[in-house]
Design a binder for this molecule. Structure first.
Ligand code: GTQ
Length: 348
């Protein structure tokens, strides 16, 4: 920025001035202005890939070291290498791999943080949200909106692993976090399994039901079987050059994101398909649900297989390639950015 060199004495005088005002908790804007308002987004988030084949054994080992009851939630946090120590996978979001062993319970609680689960491995677990249980099947996308009681349990004979995505860093940024334990370990169910999906998730809602635009959805499970059917259904018509066949999950009553702080998406890339380059301001966490392929992020290639998780940071260019037919789930803070009028994208 500074075209001409500044004399040494002037610099020393400024430095002495900065030291004096430092006592008053003041600091000069002009030293940091360009970093504060960059011409294009900058981020400490770095592209990262967690291979499930490499991390699964560590998740299982956690199961030998601590019970779900003692841990409350037995989770290995996926920490972005650019944000170590901050329990963050992107600047605004948290991700972790949660393990629940046969017979275990992760006790009921609620918090202002919103959560999503994507079931990766094993069968027989359930999540209960606000009085209703749902069996967790591989690929299912399940949500626990802000301040809803939730507990998890495993009634089967396999260890069950899922990916947790929460808006913990977002809520921390606003210093707006509250939490409360439930009265009992496993909440009493007040509705049969499938009630919410029948009532709110079948192109109809109860006759007297109305939601304001940003209220979270009453549908708390988006079964993979349905998602897959929709993706394959739309794939019979034209394909988008940047996204393949990509759908976003919605609150069916409003068309808005299922939860206000986290957006979720699923896309199908046919075998051999390669996307055009794309970038957007929401750092995004991807999970390979089916198939395999490669993500080229700012020119660097990451090969992924089933259950692998990878992060594409804000304003990094992304090109996806599918080996076999591939289904990618993804989530980001897009609805927060859109609500604040900040979100941008670019198709290259
Ligand atoms: O399942 O309620 O990964 O409260 C972090 C915090 C999971 C949960 C996490 C949580 C949960």
């Amino acid at each position: 920025m500074h075209a001409q060199a500044i004399p040494k004495e002037a610099l020393a005088e400024r430095k002495a001035f900065y030291d004096r005002i430092n006592e008053f908790s003041m600091t000069p804007l002009w030293e940091v202005l360009n970093a504060l308002v960059p011409r294009t987004p900058t981020t400490p988030v770095v592209p990262t890939l967690w291979r499930y084949s490499e991390v699964r054994e560590h998740v299982m080992e956690a199961g030998r070291l601590i019970s779900a009851a003692e841990a409350e939630r037995r989770v290995l946090i996926l920490e972005n290498p650019g944000l170590r120590g901050q329990s963050s996978v992107t600047h605004s979001l948290y991700a972790g791999l949660q393990l629940i062993l046969p017979g275990e319970v992760a006790p009921a609680h609620r918090h202002s943080q919103s959560a999503l689960r994507l079931v990766l491995d094993g069968e027989g677990a359930y999540t209960a949200v606000d009085g209703e249980r749902t069996t967790m099947r591989r690929g299912d996308f399940i949500i626990t909106p802000s301040w809803t009681f939730h507990d998890h349990g495993n009634l089967g004979s396999d260890p069950v692993v899922w990916l947790d995505g929460l808006d913990i860093p977002t809520v921390r940024f606003f210093d707006a976090g509250f939490a409360e334990p439930g009265e009992r370990e496993s909440q009493q169910t007040s509705r049969h399994e499938g009630d919410a999906l029948a009532r709110y998730g079948s192109n109809m809602v109860p006759v007297d039901f109305y939601q304001r635009p940003h209220e979270p959805t009453k549908v708390f499970v988006y079964p993979f079987a349905r998602t897959r059917e929709s993706l394959l259904g739309v794939s019979k018509s034209g394909i988008d050059a940047h996204f393949g066949h990509k759908l976003r999950f919605v609150n069916p009553a409003t068309g808005a994101s299922p939860m206000p702080t986290i957006g979720a998406f699923s896309q199908y890339l046919p075998a051999g398909f390669e996307t055009q380059t794309y970038r957007c301001t929401d750092s995004t966490v991807y999970v390979c649900q089916e198939g395999e392929g490669a993500a080229e992020i700012n020119g660097q290639t990451y090969r992924f297989a089933e259950n692998d998780v990878f992060v594409v940071p804000s304003w990094h260019s992304l090109k996806l390639q599918a080996g076999r037919g591939t289904i990618l789930f993804s989530f980001s803070d897009r609805p927060s950015q859109q609500a604040l009028g900040l979100w941008r994208e670019q198709r290259l």
